[in-house]
Design a protein around this ligand. Structure first.
Ligand code: 13P
Length: 268
């Protein structure tokens, strides 16, 4: 699939959906990383051709409050990376959606494959977490995606559809829910699906969302995640039904993340 230079803008403007470029810092980032976020903020504010996209960073919870207090969330918004299903209580080491909201988060990632794998999170747990996010009036970024084995077995659409149906709460709207399609085998590997494959999966997700949420599905954002970098972002973001990116490694450095955000900057 060959992508025209302006196709990203076309894709974004045709859909009428404001794209979202979100950085998931995972277990990375200390006090010294605050300068990276300040550099992102400054570059966005100074850009002549301001990117037509929402920008978000999901730092470790330790940095959330200081970043949210330092940076105007209309320029860079902040999100959590996970939350407990409950609002409070005796759950040592856990953090609730209410606490993340209190610290300045406007969104929370739930169901990331690293949580599903490393913490045995089922679709039902992810559903309850997404519901907890909605209960706080925040936006849930619900992650879904197939493993390498599932892809090789031809089960991608089946797996993604099942996760979508079972992890997204009934009350999902275009405002409170973003879907992130992240093929597990593409995360942190430098591997990405073909653009045709991305298009097919995103089309299936869009269809399922429209069927289940007739009034909202067409406007819900569907992000692609998995080895997005400054080199491949333009092509990936040009694919129909790709409404932005969930970026891991390449969101840690302002220069890389800004280049990804910049695929949504209008050209002269
Ligand atoms: P990478 O961009 O490092 O592959 O990570 C993707 C991801 O898991 C974002 O949530």
């Amino acid at each position: 699939m060959t992508i025209q230079a302006d196709a990203t803008q076309d894709n974004a403007s045709k859909s009428g959906i404001t794209p979202l470029v979100a950085g998931n810092w995972k277990m990375n980032g200390q006090r010294s990383s605050i300068t990276e976020v300040m550099a992102i903020r400054d570059a966005i504010l100074e850009a002549q051709n301001k990117p037509k996209t929402d920008v978000m960073i999901c730092p470790p919870a330790t940095l959330l409050m200081v970043l949210a207090e330092l940076i105007d969330n209309s320029v860079v918004a902040f999100g959590g990376q996970d939350c407990h299903i409950l609002e409070k209580g005796a759950h040592t080491g856990d953090i609730s959606a209410a606490m993340l909201k209190d610290a300045g988060a406007s969104a929370i990632i739930v169901g990331h494959s690293e949580r599903r794998e490393n913490h045995s999170e089922t679709d039902d747990i992810v559903l309850q977490k997404a519901q907890a996010v909605h209960n706080q009036g925040l936006m849930a970024i619900v992650c879904i995606g197939e493993t390498k084995g599932q892809r090789q077995a031809g089960l991608t659409i089946e797996v993604v559809s099942r996760q979508l149906a079972a992890s997204v709460p009934e009350g999902a709207t275009a405002k409170n829910t973003v879907i992130a399609y992240e093929p597990v085998w593409a995360i942190g590997t430098g591997l990405v699906p073909t653009l045709e494959d991305v298009a097919n999966v995103h089309k299936a997700i869009r269809k399922a969302l429209c069927e289940r949420f007739p009034a909202q599905g067409a406007n819900m954002r569907i992000l692609y995640g998995g080895s997005v970098n400054p080199t491949n972002a333009q092509d990936l973001m040009s694919v129909e039904n790709v409404n932005g990116a969930l970026v891991g490694g390449a969101s840690l450095k302002a220069t890389d993340f800004l280049q990804i955000i910049d695929v949504y900057a209008p050209s002269d």
